[in-house]
Design a protein around this ligand. Structure first.
Ligand SMILES: [Zn+2]
Length: 455
């Protein structure tokens, strides 16, 4: 078997791995596990434009772990370069992936207008790409050729996320995709691995431990109680997929069951509103408390106080609502989107709060606020920060060191012979690699970009 890495090797984005093996008749096959985009400060950076390092037309099938752009964003490029085979993913993943790739196209176009860079794909390329998508079920056996089977398993990272197992040449290779955190409110738990000979494992947070789920609820409750008392505004910049829906679910429970208030919550992000509609549609793929499941008609994300402001006019009307109020808006890192307008309006007032619930990259306004800046510049305007700024780490969508280590121990008790660490900053990978070599006593490889490994 031959494995090569074409992204997310010694970095976090661009997940794309090529696996080559022989079937029972000694015929060779090549597949891709993910085909993601490199993301950084500029989405349309040169790295996405560089050749894949393999012949796209010779790939037989692609298997997609989950909808995030860093796992799907180079699919249209692959199709443009001659790939004609099926693109397998589970059903909810297909809907969300389309949203994600349309949004990425929109951002690339904006950047192209600003800096003259070329866009990676056009909307028509997306149409032809999605014509090749074949949706499958979890645990369905996809027989690629005699002796070769691929299966999707629940990863618990976002709606429709999977880890993927490939049985070929009498061995099982497991690809993690992104593995979810423990105790996520609405997602099923990550399935344990039954058996694996080789694992390609993400390591985003392989170097640290997350705070517990209880801390998350406590901090959220405290922030809401505060703005009720101060008649203020709670701003939560959120990522459209998964974290927004988890937040809505948790806030709903808090407001209705504990705080008994009809405080208005504005969901002010077109992308998050569309993603939430998909969450409603695919609610059978989610996990809810017993009490909620007993009521089959319950719409889990449409509680009475929720107002979805899709149009610009609706978004502007949020200003007229008398506080206290909660505003959930993108972008999650405060690098653009509707949250910017709310920051300008509400940051200068000490009665308001900003709650940061996700990773803030270097160079973003979110990072500056997270680090305690007293003044930020938004749309050419200096904005004084008097609102209270706090952060909750437990909303992370990724497993930490403990969860990944547990997941890497298969149920049959046999530790995988080889573990390749991908999808992590070099420092995180080195720390996690040393930890795994010590705890699991097995070979751990931190592969380089475009390196080839055979066994
Ligand atoms: Zn992801």
């Amino acid at each position: 078997m031959k494995l090569s890495f074409h992204g997310a090797a010694r970095e976090v984005t661009g997940s794309c791995h090529r696996l080559e093996f022989l079937d029972a008749n000694k015929k060779s096959h090549a597949i891709l596990l993910d085909c993601g985009m490199f993301q950084g400060e500029h989405m349309c950076g040169d790295k996405n434009m560089t050749p894949f390092g393999f012949d796209a037309s010779a790939i037989e099938a692609v298997f997609i772990s989950h909808p995030h752009a860093d796992h799907t964003g180079r699919l249209p490029k692959l199709v443009k370069e001659g790939f004609t085979g099926p693109i397998y993913m589970v059903e909810p993943c297909a809907g969300l992936a389309k949203l994600v790739l349309e949004d990425a196209h929109h951002i690339m176009q904006e950047e192209s207008e600003k800096c003259g860079s070329s866009v990676l794909y056009e909307m028509e390329d997306l149409t032809s790409t999605f014509e090749q998508v074949k949706t499958v079920s979890y645990h369905e056996h996809i027989e690629l050729a005699s002796g070769i089977t691929v299966v999707f398993h629940e990863a618990g990272h976002v709606l429709g996320s999977s880890y993927i197992s490939v049985d070929a040449e009498g061995k099982r290779v497991v690809f993690s995709g992104d593995i979810g955190n423990d105790d996520v409110p609405i997602l099923p738990d990550t399935e344990p691995i039954s058996h694996a000979d080789v694992v390609i494992c993400e390591s985003t947070y392989g170097h640290r431990e997350h705070e517990g789920a209880n801390t998350r609820g406590d901090k959220l409750r405290e922030a809401i109680q505060d703005i009720i008392k101060q008649r203020g505004v709670l701003m939560i910049p959120a990522f459209s997929i998964e974290r927004t829906q988890e937040l809505l679910y948790e806030i709903n429970k808090l407001l209705l069951e504990e705080l008994h208030t009809k405080l208005p919550i504005f969901l002010d992000s077109p992308m998050a509103i569309k993603a939430t509609a998909l969450y409603r549609h695919f609610k059978n793929f989610l996990k809810f408390d017993e009490s909620i499941l007993k009521d089959p008609d319950k719409d889990f994300f449409s509680f009475p106080n929720l107002r979805e402001t899709l149009s610009v006019a609706e978004s502007k009307s949020i200003n007229d609502a008398v506080p206290p109020k909660i505003i959930i808006a993108g972008s999650g890192m405060m690098s653009g989107g509707r949250i910017m307008h709310h920051l300008i309006r509400y940051l200068p007032d000490k009665n308001n709060r900003l709650l940061i619930i996700g990773y803030q990259a270097q160079g973003t306004i979110g990072r500056r606020l997270y680090e305690g800046a007293k003044k930020v510049r938004i749309f050419g305007e200096d904005v004084e920060v008097h609102a209270q700024v706090s952060a909750i780490g437990a909303f992370s969508a990724h497993a930490d060191m403990n969860k990944l280590t547990r997941w890497l121990k298969p149920e049959d008790g046999k530790i995988p012979q080889k573990i390749f660490l991908v999808h992590g900053d070099p420092e995180a990978k080195e720390v996690f690699a040393t930890h795994l070599r010590h705890t699991l006593q097995t070979e751990v490889v931190v592969p380089e970009y475009q390196s080839i490994h055979e066994w």
